[in-house]
Design a protein around this ligand. Structure first.
Ligand code: NAD
Length: 494
């Protein structure tokens, strides 16, 4: 059995805990590797290494740090197919989707190539007579990233590209379900010229996470995962004096108005609901259809479902792969059963004719879902799209704003005025106008509202730079004996 271990101080380090977890091949349902789970002492070792590497990396000049990012950009680009196949072998997503993930992750490395510009502070000459004031951004020290299974390449890149470029050293605790990409990226970082110890990967579960949350030498934690864990990470980390950003789950609604192009809306709903088997935090899981177009829209979505090719990533034509584990597949399937019992209508049941062997489920479509039903309220995180019928734009908006989550949303309409009003009123962090998956480009920042984000700073982009730096303000005067005098008054400018 293939064993997967940690990456500490520029090399693979075998785990010593004796505790392991299984890494599955979701397309076959077979175990393909055994992952070492770290002890608290192993986490301490990684933190000590990162702490020792920090002073030199922090002092490395900006051009040199940018150069490492430029080299990394080239290496990831040259290895994009290998990274994509590595991640789809453990995650199950099809190759085209995996390549898209790598490309969107790479954008963040490209953004970090601009670090000399991004680290600029401000300068005010002559703030007082002979006195200048300026602000500088400095790295925090050792920072950690804890990432989910659904984007094993992109989400780590959201975090470590900016963190390292800012001069921090980094500990990554990837998802235990698809851990191999993180080690491949560690090797590429070394090849790019990052000194040993600046980037470390510690595999593990709650034991490793809890040690990172408690370790006095970890200054900040960037987390992406489900809402209950995000809340726990935020509360525990901040209680321990750390800076924390913790992104959580989602239930993204797409509001379709009667004037929308219904074919375009149906294409978008199908793509955004079933892409990556619905295991995306920006997946559309609820379509809000205004009554007058609801029947037509449901029909158009239903018609498109049989054409979706479900199967393993090894077949290049497939469009949707399996779910991450057998347990998760069964949980998602349980919602289809539950929906009928709750009074919703199962239009397409994804349990019918799902490919055998792996953790497959076909796309499901459920109509007449309502708040209060589990199928509507819960984040299902699978290929299950529900439709809720609403009387008006106002009712649709109210449902979105009353939802626990506020990650992404979309409106489909031809009316620019209504779209603008929606953008103004909606209580959600990322909004699409005729765009179903509005993941911001890397020079904006990614983050939801409400239970989708705990913390103040969004992920990557300008917020990422803010998160991984702290500001120092210097007030400076060059001595001029001609203006020197004893003055016990409070310094003032007028
Ligand atoms: P998860 O919360 O189960 O795991 C995320 C990370 O936390 C993993 O590294 C895991 O090892 C660790 N973890 C799990 N349980 C823990 C515990 N009890 N104590 C400490 N650490 C623990 O999430 P997942 O299943 O890997 O990913 C899917 C979830 O992530 C979904 O809810 C999805 O919406 C969310 N997600 C959100 C975003 C976003 O940007 N908001 C992006 C991707 C995924």
């Amino acid at each position: 059995m293939n064993r997967i271990s940690h990456w500490i101080d520029g090399q693979i380090v075998a785990g010593t805990s004796g505790r392991t977890s299984a890494v599955w091949n979701p397309a076959t349902g077979e175990q393909q590797a055994e992952l070492a789970l770290a002890t608290a002492e192993e986490v301490d070792k990684a933190v000590a290494v990162a702490k020792a590497a920090f002073p030199e990396w922090r002092a490395t000049n900006l051009s040199r740090r940018a150069e490492v990012m430029f080299h990394l950009r080239e290496l990831i680009s040259a290895n994009r197919k290998e990274i994509a196949s590595l991640l789809s072998a453990e995650h199950g997503k099809v190759l085209s989707d995996a390549l898209g993930e790598v490309a969107r992750g790479l954008e963040n490395v490209e953004f970090a190539c601009g670090i000399p510009n991004l680290m600029k502070g401000g300068y005010s000459e002559q703030a007082s007579t002979g006195v200048d004031v300026y602000s500088i951004k400095q790295p925090l020290g050792v920072v950690a990233g804890i990432t989910p299974f659904n984007f094993p390449a992109m989400v780590p890149m959201w975090m470590f590209a900016n963190a390292l470029a800012c001069g921090n050293t980094f500990i990554l605790k990837p998802s235990e379900k698809d851990p191999s990409v993180s080690l491949f990226l560690a090797e590429l970082l070394t090849q790019a010229g990052l000194p040993d110890g600046c980037f470390n990967v510690v595999h593990g579960d709650k034991v490793a996470v809890d040690r990172l949350l408690a370790h006095p030498d970890v200054s900040a934690i960037s987390f992406v995962g489900s809402t209950p864990i995000a809340k726990y990470i935020y509360e525990t980390g901040t209680r321990n004096g750390k800076r924390v950003q913790a992104l959580g789950g989602a239930k993204n609604h797409m509001l379709v108005l009667p004037d929308a192009d219904l074919d375009m809306a149906a294409d978008a709903a199908v793509s955004a609901a079933y892409g990556s088997a619905g295991e995306r935090c920006m997946a559309i899981s609820v379509v809000l259809a205004i009554d007058s177009v609801a029947d037509a829209l449901v029909k158009k979505i239903e018609e498109r479902i049989p054409a979706i090719k479900v199967g393993p990533a090894s077949e290049p034509d497939n469009e949707m792969g399996p779910l991450i584990t057998g347990e998760h597949r069964d949980k998602v399937a349980g919602y289809i059963d539950g929906a009928a019992g709750e009074g919703a209508t199962v239009v397409v049941d994804g349990r019918d004719n799902a490919p055998g062997g792996g953790f497959f489920l076909n796309p499901s479509l459920i109509d007449y879902a309502k708040p209060g039903m589990k199928v509507y309220d819960d984040e299902i995180f699978g290929p299950v799209l529900t439709v809720t019928r609403v009387k008006s734009y106002a009712e649709g908006l109210q449902l979105i704003n009353e939802n626990l989550y506020g990650n992404g949303t979309a409106i489909f309409t031809r009316d620019g005025g209504v779209a603008r009003q929606f953008e103004f009123d909606v209580q959600v962090g990322m909004v699409g106008i005729n765009v179903p998956i509005p993941v911001p480009v890397s020079y904006y920042s990614f983050g939801g509202w409400k239970a989708s984000l705990f913390g103040d700073q969004h992920m990557y982009g300008p917020d990422g730079i803010n998160f991984f730096t702290r500001t120092k303000v210097v007030t400076s005067r060059w001595p001029d004996p001609a203006t020197s005098a004893v003055d016990l008054g409070f310094p003032q400018n007028r």
